[in-house]
Write a protein that binds this ligand. Structure first.
Ligand code: ADP
Ligand code: MG
Ligand code: MG
Length: 885
């Protein structure tokens, strides 16, 4: 047996699905299908390790030549054909495929093995010279493009083809007669020779090796590199190379090709879903050049092959226990499978498929829970077009990836990237997208194409990104150079606003109101399974009753962080707040605070009521006071007038409050320590609100949180005030509401002295945003200048403000919990930084024994699922099929 090469054909294969690392997903699944007795053209796969070796050294082991030659002989035997020979020539495809699927990101060469004498044999054998010369023409072009690097502006082929069609007066490539195609091949080769003196290689063996090396090189191509960066795919995987006998979907009206999903990749509905082209080669469907027909057409045109395809897909789905994405070709009525893989899908489809497969007993509930990446749930909560809005629908295309997005139209991927970088919302509009567009697609809010089907490049990539996308909007005529598209006599120019509805395919003029969707039954069932498993509670960060209510609908079990200062920015409240800050003395401050008190109390009543029966953590005033002050002269004059002081005096106060380093300055509990009356007012508002709503039958559970504590003395100072005010309010109201006083742990010193702090604190809440800043000694607001370079160069695995740094910051978290619980066994511990909604960080919080995580309302379901997956992973539950993706 070969060392580097794995054969498949005739019902038997050297490889199998589990050998993805060596064979790539494509090669491993071709082997698996062969072993299952599914019709696959014979071929062999070269192990991915050689790609890495080739990229490193530019070489491959000498034995490979012999192994490939020997395997090629076996393919010839199986196919009953001869590579480079007559009367039955063997043509092959040379295909890329890594362990992780990267659709369309690397290169594939079709129809390899043709030269002037082989093409004559093929024409004779098939009795179809038009087909033979069309295959030849495509091959020379593809070889020039992929292997010889004549791409884009260097490519001489397209103008020659266009000229031929014009001379013949036809529109479609397939309408060119054999003689024209034959002449075209000659012209292609001559043009090629002018650019590259070595010319087109006539020797099939030389062609084969050229193609194998080109596939290896495509692993380092721009598209592949960009895709890997975007999806965190390691570069060390390399691509395998599969060489297999060609089958032809373009031999005539009795042939065709298509792609299909075993379930709807957009909604998850259980129905066979696909697209099909009669008399075409596989790449035509994916490239979006001709808009394909629905798979049902195949049922009518090729009933036998269709029946066989249906049996095959059902079998493959049961075998892989996941939704499959298939490529197939029919050659003169006979069906061949060319690829199967676990299909990419939207978040909604992922949930529905997991739930239904569990209900069909194809998966266990645990496996279903592991099937959905928590971040995929994000898409389900995304906005949709307000059903009540008045809409000017410009066109309707195919609903390729759901959600809705408004943005300014751009026609170029680089421009999309640049505009998005400047903070603009953009919709990328293209005739069709190509893999070069990937970064622009990632930057855009939505993607619209005029051509292509549900399996076109744009559709597949957008679904993978969870991005709203409409494809095949045929009514739209895109003029990319002019920067405009026209539709039914209307013109939409670069920079104009449009809205896309990826759930219905509508393209809408202007910026439309978007609303939040309601959850489907599948989602609810799925989340109930997750809830039954998790131990970590999930709370939300919410500053208003509206946010609190929404989060509760998403399953929040309390509020982990209410930032009181956010309430002070609204309407005329800011005036009272400013008055308080610039007050000269304590009396002035108290007067201003008295104005703020009823407003705060009202806010807390609203939040307690929205969270009836659930705990609400309220953080005392935290940010530097400076943030509240007017900095423009005009604003200062207005405020000064209102307060009856001179504008200059006010400006001087503002200036005096300026700090060199506000994030480490006069903020957090330091405010309440220097101005205890602020803490008094806030405590009074909290407890009066609690008492008031209790009288109305609402169950309020306040947890008062002191920010930015470094020493237990600070906390004791503030806690004493809070407890004294609570006692006063309860005495006056003759009603007691149970409450807790605790602190944020967001400074290294607090974590290091957590045992002392736990003597006073009844709970800890890790403020991992500040804790990350202070542990790294870097300012989040300034990190944009250098942190991306750190991640790019691999100095940090991820942005520590997005993904909790478990080694460093995490060590402080762990230590603080240990020390704290050592002193107070029932110490409640949570997290309220951004990380509370990031799946890997949530799993860490579970692992270190936190009681809850708290995150923004939209991330609550994500955290619920991550918390359930943490339990499953801890107890060693695995998705049995995850290894065969
Ligand atoms: P990608 O990974 O970009 O999907 P593929 O290797 O799957 O690239 O090849 C692209 C297209 O070429 C596919 O649609 C497939 O149907 C077609 N193709 C590949 N190999 C063959 C073959 N041996 N016979 C017929 N069509 C093929
Ligand atoms: Mg493919
Ligand atoms: Mg903080």
């Amino acid at each position: 047996m070969s060392r580097y090469v794995y054969f498949f054909g005739g019902g038997r294969a050297d490889g199998k699905a589990e050998m993805k690392a060596q064979l790539g997903g494509k090669g491993a699944n071709l082997a698996e299908m062969t072993n299952l007795g599914i019709p696959v053209p014979p071929g062999f796969t070269i192990s991915a390790e050689l790609c890495i070796e080739y990229i490193r050294s530019g070489r491959y082991p000498a034995e490979l030549k012999e192994e490939v030659a020997a395997n090629l002989r076996r393919v010839e035997q199986q196919a009953g054909r001869k590579f480079g020979g007559a009367p039955h020539p063997l043509l092959v495809s040379v295909r890329s495929g890594a362990a992780v699927s990267m659709p369309g990101m690397m290169d594939t060469i079709l129809n390899l093995g043709l030269n002037d004498s082989v093409v004559a044999a093929l024409a004779k054998e098939t009795g179809n010279p038009q087909f033979a010369y069309d295959a030849y023409r495509r091959f020379v072009q593809m070889y020039g493009d992929v292997v010889l690097g004549l791409k884009g502006s260097r490519s001489p082929f397209e103008p020659l083809l266009t000229a031929k069609k014009k001379a013949r007066g036809v529109e479609r490539d397939i309408d060119l007669p054999a003689d024209d195609l034959k002449a075209l091949v000659g012209e292609y080769k001559a043009a090629l020779k002018k650019l590259l003196p070595s010319g087109f290689p006539e020797d099939p063996e030389a062609q084969l090796w050229g193609a194998i090396e080109a596939v290896w090189r495509s692993w380092m191509g721009d598209r592949a590199v960009a895709y890997r960066r975007l999806h965190n795919v390691p570069e060390t995987l390399g691509t395998a190379v599969s060489v297999m006998a060609m089958v032809f979907g373009n031999l005539g009206e009795d042939s065709g090709t298509g792609v299909a999903f075993t379930r709807d990749p957009s909604t998850g509905e259980k129905r066979f879903f696909g697209e099909f082209l009669v008399n075409a080669q596989g790449e035509d469907v994916v490239a979006g050049i001709r808009t394909p027909e629905p798979i049902e057409v195949m049922a009518q045109r090729f009933p036998d092959a269709y029946r066989q395809l249906v049996e095959t897909y059902q079998r493959l789905e049961r075998h892989y226990r996941d939704m499959q994405d298939l490529e197939f070709t029919i050659e003169r009525g006979k069906l061949y499978l060319l690829q199967t893989r676990n299909g990419k899908r939207t978040g909604a489809a992922a949930v529905r498929i997991a739930v239904e497969m569990a209900e069909e007993k194809l998966l266990t509930q645990d496996e279903a829970l592991l099937r959905v990446t928590p971040d995929a749930l994000d898409q389900l909560l995304h906005p949709m077009v307000d059903p009540k809005a008045d809409l000017a629908v410009l066109a309707t295309g195919l609903p390729a990836s759901p959600g809705a997005a408004s943005g300014q139209v751009v026609f170029d991927a680089q421009e999309a990237f640049a505009w998005a970088h400047d903070g603009k919302a953009v919709v990328l509009v293209r005739a069709e997208t190509s893999p070069e567009d990937i970064q622009g697609m990632a930057a855009a809010k939505g993607i619209l194409t005029a051509r292509g089907g549900m399996t076109s490049h744009a559709a597949v990539v957008a679904r993978g990104m969870g991005k709203c996308c409409v494809v095949g909007a045929k009514a739209i005529e895109v003029d990319e150079p002019a920067g405009a598209f026209s539709v039914n006599g209307r013109k939409v120019k670069r920079g104009d606003w449009i809205t896309l509805d990826g759930s219905t395919g509508r393209v809408i003029e202007g910026k439309v109101r978007l609303v939040q969707p309601t959850m489907s039954g599948h989602f609810e069932r799925f989340m109930s399974w997750a809830d039954a498993r998790r131990r970590l509670k999930v709370r939300t960060n919410a500053d208003t009753p509206g946010d609190a209510k929404r989060a509760r609908e998403f399953g929040a079990e309390g509020i982990g962080l209410t930032r009181t200062e956010h309430m002070f920015f609204e309407g005329d409240r800011i005036d009272a707040m400013r008055e308080m800050i610039v007050a000269r003395d304590i009396d002035g401050r108290r007067r201003a605070l008295a104005k703020l008190l009823p407003m705060q109390r009202g806010d807390f009543e609203g939040i307690f009521t929205a969270m009836d029966g659930l705990p609400v953590t309220i953080r005392l005033l935290d940010p530097p006071l400076h943030e509240f002050l007017p900095h423009e002269r005009e604003e200062q004059e207005a405020l000064a007038k209102q307060m009856g002081i001179s504008a200059d005096a006010l400006a001087a106060t503002v200036e005096s409050l300026r700090e060199a380093n506000p994030m480490l300055g006069h903020r957090g509990c330091r405010l309440g320590i220097t101005y205890p009356e602020i803490t008094e007012m806030q405590a009074q508002a909290i407890f009066e609100a609690a008492v008031n709503v209790t009288a109305r039958g609402v169950k309020a559970i306040p947890e008062v949180m002191v920010p930015l504590v470094a020493t237990v003395t600070e906390l004791r100072h503030q806690a004493d005030i809070v407890r004294r005010v609570a006692a006063e309010v309860f005495a006056k109201a003759k009603r007691v509401v149970p409450y807790l006083v605790g602190t944020m742990i967001e400074l290294p010193r607090a974590a290091l002295t957590a045992d002392e702090i736990a003597e006073v604190a009844e709970f800890f809440s890790y403020g991992t945003n500040d804790l990350t800043q202070t542990t790294f000694g870097l300012s989040r607001d300034d990190a944009g200048r250098f942190l991306p370079a750190y991640v790019e160069q691999g100095l940090l695995p991820a942005d520590p403000f997005q993904v909790l740094d478990q080694q460093g910051v995490g060590k402080l978290v762990r230590l603080g919990i240990e020390l704290g619980r050592g002193k107070r066994r029932d110490l409640k511990v949570g997290i309220c930084g951004e990380h509370g909604g990031e799946p890997s960080s949530v799993m860490f919080c579970h692992e270190v024994g936190m009681n809850y995580v708290s995150c923004s309302p939209f991330r609550v379901p994500i955290a619920r699922l991550a918390a359930a997956q943490a339990v499953l992973k801890e107890s060693g539950v695995e998705d049995r099929t995850a290894s065969t993706v």
